[in-house]
Design a protein around this ligand. Structure first.
Ligand SMILES: [Zn+2]
Ligand SMILES: [Zn+2]
Length: 183
C-alpha cells in the first residue's frame, strides 16, 4: 500500500465487533507465540525465525496502534512508516510534522546540529558518563538565545522536543536528538 488511508467505523455495534475481532487476533498471536517458545525451549534458529516472522506479520496488522499500543481506535495506514497507527496518534504526527516544517523555516538542520553540540558540551549541560548538570530546559533556552533563535521558534523547537520525549536538556540529547536530526 502506497497511499495513506484511514479505516473509520462509526456504528458503535460494528466498532464493538471489530474490537472483539482484534482481541481474538491478539489472543491468537499470543497463543502461537507461547506455543512456539514452549515447544522449543532451547530457542533454536528455526524458532527464532518463526517467532520473528510472526512478530513482523502481527506488527504490520491493523490490530493495534504501533505508536500507543491501543487496539480500540480507528486506524490510519502511514506509508512512510509502513505501519498502522490510531487516528489520535496520527493527528499528533500530522501536527508535529507541520510544526517541524515551520521550525525549519527558522532554524536549519545545521543550526539544530550546532545546538545539540553546544548543549552537550562545556557550554551546556556537560554530559559525561557520570551525569550532567541538567535543569529543565534552562541550558537549551540559553543556548538558543545565544544562537539568536527568536522566542517563537524556541517555543516550537521545545514543543517538538517534548513530542520526541525530550522534556529536559538531557532528555533532548538522549531521546529527541536522533528524531530532530532525521530529515
Ligand atoms: Zn495510537
Ligand atoms: Zn534532564
Amino acid at each position: 500500500m502506497k497511499k495513506e488511508r484511514a479505516i473509520i467505523i462509526k456504528d458503535p455495534r460494528l466498532r464493538k465487533a471489530r474490537n472483539e475481532l482484534r482481541t481474538l487476533l491478539n489472543l491468537w498471536f499470543n497463543d502461537n507465540w507461547s506455543s512456539i517458545q514452549k515447544a522449543n525451549p532451547e530457542f533454536s534458529m528455526e524458532v527464532r525465525e518463526k517467532s520473528s516472522a510472526l512478530r513482523v506479520m502481527f506488527g504490520k496488522s491493523i490490530c493495534y496502534c504501533r505508536s500507543c499500543g491501543r487496539s480500540t481506535l480507528d486506524m490510519v495506514y502511514v506509508p512512510s512508516m509502513n505501519e498502522w497507527i490510531c487516528v489520535e496518534c496520527n493527528s499528533k504526527r500530522v501536527y508535529f510534522t507541520k510544526l517541524k516544517e515551520e521550525l525549519l523555516t527558522e532554524m536549519t538542520m545545521m543550526d539544530i546540529e550546532d545546538f545539540l553540540d553546544k548543549l552537550s558540551g562545556g557550554e551546556g549541560i556537560e554530559l559525561t558518563r557520570s551525569g550532567s548538570r541538567c535543569n529543565g530546559y534552562e541550558d537549551s533556552k540559553r543556548v538558543l538565545d545565544e544562537m539568536g533563535v527568536n522566542k517563537d521558534a524556541q517555543d516550537k523547537f521545545l514543543e517538538l522536543c517534548g513530542y520526541y520525549n525530550g522534556y529536559c536538556d538531557c532528555e533532548i540529547l538522549f531521546n529527541a536528538a536522533r528524531f530532530l536530526l532525521k530529515q
